[in-house]
Design a protein around this ligand. Structure first.
Ligand code: ADP
Ligand code: MG
Ligand code: MG
Length: 912
């Protein structure tokens, strides 16, 4: 009898066994180390413990059975390859233990170098290398890194001891510490470990390694890592891999060193030699800024052979990954070693340039190029920017005083003010102001609205200032911690001790986080000039940026299924939207047609009307004014659909402010000077006052209770269309009813509207084919969409109101009061007003779309909330099969690009 053997899971992969597509199992770092190994590049040998092993550890609290033996087998093999044993007293093999999950994330354990060193082997390392200083330096680094990251000792204790040693020697450069100094420091560090942890630093090399591996497993669940995952919606069960890599040493002398490099400039995309190199250094010394690095190009003079080899490897990597790669390398006594590579991060402009350059090089096709850029990058390229920090001749470089967090993009210039009251007061008198606070809270809201931009010295991307500024589309730099903000004295101090007083001009760049003293000139975006048509698509502006954008946009347009419309209320916005590529207007709000001196009087008459006559007379006066507005709009959008939404906001928004009016009436009373109209107005304001205007008398409800109001609007639309048609135009209006909750509401409005359309057609002799549809922006409408579709020829999802009503959030209230807390707790990673909440609001959209089309096949579906211009949301709307998205004119290119990306991505996942 033969017992079937259950396959033993494999938990450890040698670098020779993996490849770049195994990121789920080996993590990003491990998969790429394996890929480089198999490309024949010089990677120090090592192995990777899989994410599966980590999962078992996290679930059961101990290492999986068999892991120890498997690690032993791989360590044996490594030792045989290297010809020395881990921690061997006379010639120790040393390794690094490095975390590496599928996605790189903050909070994971920092790499520990030089594992295997001990009191015994430090002498062996000294003898073998012939460099005693190097051996002690390596040992003190191990104690420091291991103590801090594996044993959890406060890192400052080590730093302070190191500083003291340097101080005692009268130097600030660690290279001035000699072997004796470092040996003493090692004793000092061991003492710190003992007193902080109650045990000695482990002298057994294998124990060091096992403890480090376990610490990596555990770091998966560190608070920072968990928070980051929740916010970025990275699944919590991916777990991390652990890489054990034999050490190579850049700190063996001046013929050694360590560096980082990019295969292209990550800020411009230009090909060339980009990177930094530091002689006689190990690990993070390059980026830690402890000593001055030299530009990578200088390596050519320092070590020509290694430099040439590195250039060759970089070319190999770029051709292999077909993308910009970033690299970590070390040179040990003239021998080059590759320690890491990955597809590198880049600026928005570089992303577009690199994608098209790679197409030209034949490395990728246009679909892939489109896939590699995104709407957020395009949006960044569309903001006006400060002139480059590199000044032209005769210009002064902008004076940068801080570098905070880029929280909400844009370039803003204004006078520094330190409280909301001053911000409002100054801006009313025409001053541009920047509101500067330590952090903001809901009391600052008015000031934030009044300011050009917001600058805070505390808080990150989810702080109150950041969330509210993004919601308002206002420039914001937050967390500029170098600045000492003193709101009482109305000033702030910079790191170098300068003081900026209230009223001093400052400039903030919300796309980079940089803060400048004085007014920095703002330059328009060439990408916007291209969309506006003032810059030709072939223009060689900014290193080919415009050409690159044009090529990728054209490809996106060719690929996308979703149409893109604009939210625009007047002919100017409509024309601009058209230049940006809008294929119609998805939302024309008509409320502004009730504003302005002349119209407001008629609207007051309409609201105050006691008799049908009075009301009709007011409506009769409004009719031709509105008709003229529509004529202009239809002319601007000739040949394209224009969805006009009938009046939506509550009427009291058109009446004077209740407090102002009360005061006026009271003062008049006191003077015995009765103003009959003001009295009636005041009564009306009281009568119309609502506790929750968002849920009150508005939208279709207004149309149903104010006789003649909607009919007047429909007539204005119809007459305008007839006039345009007779003038030889091609007007294509569609009439949209807001805030419908039940089909009955729509049926009544529809009946009246059809009557008016027929009347106008008869009177003008112009046949009018105007579709009538509705917004779906209430949960009840979404749930009964099948019924509503009987009376609607199209749906437009009003996802702003739908999000408010599905969540029960009043946006104006909740964003300012508790969204920061929700974002910080990770309840959502991004505000549901920024990106559609797929599971809740999105699910209703999907159901309503399906139910609507079941009733009326071919029902036209669109979306007109702000989500229509949000990259993630556009993908969702593509998936649920909407016909178009509609967004503000400025977002149209973003929507076009993302609609194209959504189309190739779904096509790709079908065929792959
Ligand atoms: P991170 O993900 O933070 O970059 P790494 O694991 O890449 O962490 O390592 C931190 C630093 O230590 C890097 O500079 C890396 O090049 C260096 N390093 C890692 N392993 C080794 C090794 N085996 N030999 C020499 N240097 C190493
Ligand atoms: Mg690294
Ligand atoms: Mg609405």
């Amino acid at each position: 009898m033969c017992a079937r053997r259950t396959p033993v899971p494999k938990f450890v992969y040698s670098f020779t066994e993996g490849n770049k597509d195994l990121k789920d199992l080996l993590g990003g770092k491990g998969a790429n180390l394996a890929e480089m190994t198999n490309l024949g590049l010089p990677v120090p040998p090592g192995f990777t413990i899989t994410t599966e092993a980590c999962k078992v550890y996290l679930e059961s609290g101990s290492e999986p059975e068999g892991l120890r033996d498997e690690v032993s087998a791989h360590l044996d093999a490594l030792e045989r390859t290297m010809g020395k044993r881990l921690g061997q007293a006379d010639d120790p093999l040393l390794v690094s233990v490095r975390s590496g999950a599928k996605f790189s994330m903050p909070g994971m354990m920092d790499t520990v170098l030089n594992i295997g060193l001990s009191d015994a082997s430090v002498a062996g390392l000294a003898a073998q290398s012939g460099n005693e200083r190097f051996a002690w330096d390596s040992y003190r680094r191990l104690l420091q890194m291991f103590g801090k990251t594996v044993l959890g000792v406060d890192g400052d204790l080590f730093e302070d001891a190191l500083d003291e040693a340097k101080h005692a020697k009268g130097t600030s450069d660690d290279l001035d510490l000699d072997a004796g100094d470092l040996e003493k420091l090692v004793e000092r560090f061991k003492g710190i470990v003992r007193s902080e942890t109650g045990r000695d630093f482990p002298q057994d090399p294998r124990e060091q390694m096992d403890l480090a591996v376990r610490a990596v497993f555990e770091s998966w669940n560190s608070d920072r890592a968990r928070l980051y995952r929740r916010q970025e919606r990275i699944p919590g069960d991916l777990a991390t891999a652990v890489n054990v890599c034999s050490m190579v040493f850049g700190n063996l002398g001046s013929d050694s060193g360590t560096g980082v490099a990019f295969t292209r400039d990550p800020s411009t995309g230009a090909q060339g030699v980009y990177g930094d190199y530091l002689q006689n250094a190990q690990g993070e010394d390059v980026v830690a800024g402890i000593r001055n690095t030299v530009p990578l190009a200088e390596l050519e003079t320092l070590d020509k052979a290694s430099y040439d080899q590195l250039m060759g490897i970089m070319e190999t990597l770029e051709n292999h990954y077909r993308d910009l790669c970033d690299i970590e390398f070390t040179i040990e006594r003239g021998k080059l070693w590759m320690l890491q590579t990955r597809v590198g991060k880049r600026t928005a402009a570089a992303a577009f340039r690199i994608a098209t350059q790679l197409v030209d090089q034949g490395l990728i096709d246009l679909d892939e190029a489109l896939h590699r850029v995104n709407g957020a990058q395009l949006a960044q390229l569309m903001f006006p920017r400060f002139a480059e920090e590199r000044p032209g001749q005769g210009e002064k470089a902008p004076d940068r005083i801080a570098w905070g967090i880029a929280a909400s993009p844009g370039a803003a210039v204004g006078k520094a003010v330190f409280d909301s009251y001053t911000a409002v007061k100054w801006s009313r008198s025409g001053e541009k102001v920047i509101l500067v606070r330590r952090e903001t809270n809901p009391d600052d809201l008015d000031g934030m609205i009044a300011a050009e931009g917001i600058l805070t010295s505390r808080g990150g991307k989810t702080s109150h200032a950041a969330v509210v500024a993004r919601g308002m589309g206002k420039t914001c730099v937050c967390g500029a911690e170098e600045l000492e903000v003193d709101t009482k004295k109305r000033r702030f101090a910079t790191a170098d001790g300068r003081v900026v007083e209230e009223g001093d001009l400052i400039s903030i760049d919300g796309s980079t986080g940089k803060v400048y003293l004085g007014e920095v000139p703002v330059v328009p975006s060439p990408v916007v000039e291209y969309f506006e048509g003032t810059l030709h698509a072939g223009a060689d502006e900014q290193g080919g940026l415009v050409q690159a954008v044009h090529r990728i946009m054209s490809h996106a347009d060719g690929r996308r299924r979703l149409r893109v419309r604009a939210n625009a209320d007047n002919a100017d916005d409509a024309s601009r939207a058209r230049r940006y590529g809008a294929q119609g207007i998805g939302l024309c709000r008509t409320e502004h047609m009730f504003l302005g001196e002349e119209r407001r009087k008629e609207v007051e008459r309409l609201i105050l009307a006691d008799t049908d006559d009075e009301r009709e007379s007011a409506l009769r006066t409004l009719l031709p004014l509105q008709k003229d507005d529509f004529v202009e709009l239809f002319q601007a959008m000739d040949g394209l659909p224009v969805t006009v939404r009938l009046l939506d906001p509550p009427l009291h928004e058109f009446l004077p402010d209740i407090t102002e009016l009360s005061v006026r009436v009271a003062l008049a009373e006191a003077r015995k000077d009765h103003n009959e109209n003001d009295l009636r107005l005041l009564q009306a304001v009281h009568r119309l006052h609502e506790q929750n205007p968002m849920l009150g008398l508005r939208g279709v409800r207004l149309g149903l209770v104010i006789p003649g109001l909607f009919s007047m609007q429909v007539r204005a639309i119809a007459e305008a269309a007839a006039e345009r048609r007779r003038a030889g135009g091609d007007p294509r209006p569609e009439i949209m009813i807001p805030l419908v909750g039940t089909v009955q509401e729509l049926e009544i409005v529809r009946e009246d509207a059809e009557k008016v359309l027929a009347e106008v057609a008869a009177a003008t002799g112009v046949p009018l084919d105007i579709a009538l549809g509705t917004m779906i922006e209430l949960p009840r409408a979404a749930v009964t969409a099948g019924q509503i579709a009987e009376a609607a020829e199209f749906f437009s999802f009003g996802t702003n109101d739908l999000t408010q009503t599905v969540w029960g959030f009043s946006r104006d209230d909740v964003e300012a009061s508790f969204f920061t807390a929700y974002l910080e707790k990770g309840i959502f990673g991004v505000s549901p007003f920024e990106t559609i909440d797929r599971d809740g609001v999105g699910s209703l959209v999907r159901q309503a779309a399906e139910a609507g089309r079941a009733t009326r096949p071919g029902l036209k579906l669109g979306v007109c909330g702000e989500h229509g211009g949000d990259p993630d949301s556009v993908h969702f709307f593509h998936e649920v099969g909407l016909d178009y998205v509609s967004c503000s004119p400025f977002r149209i290119p973003v929507a076009r690009l993302e609609a194209g990306r959504a189309a190739i991505e779904t096509a790709g996942s079908d065929s792959r």
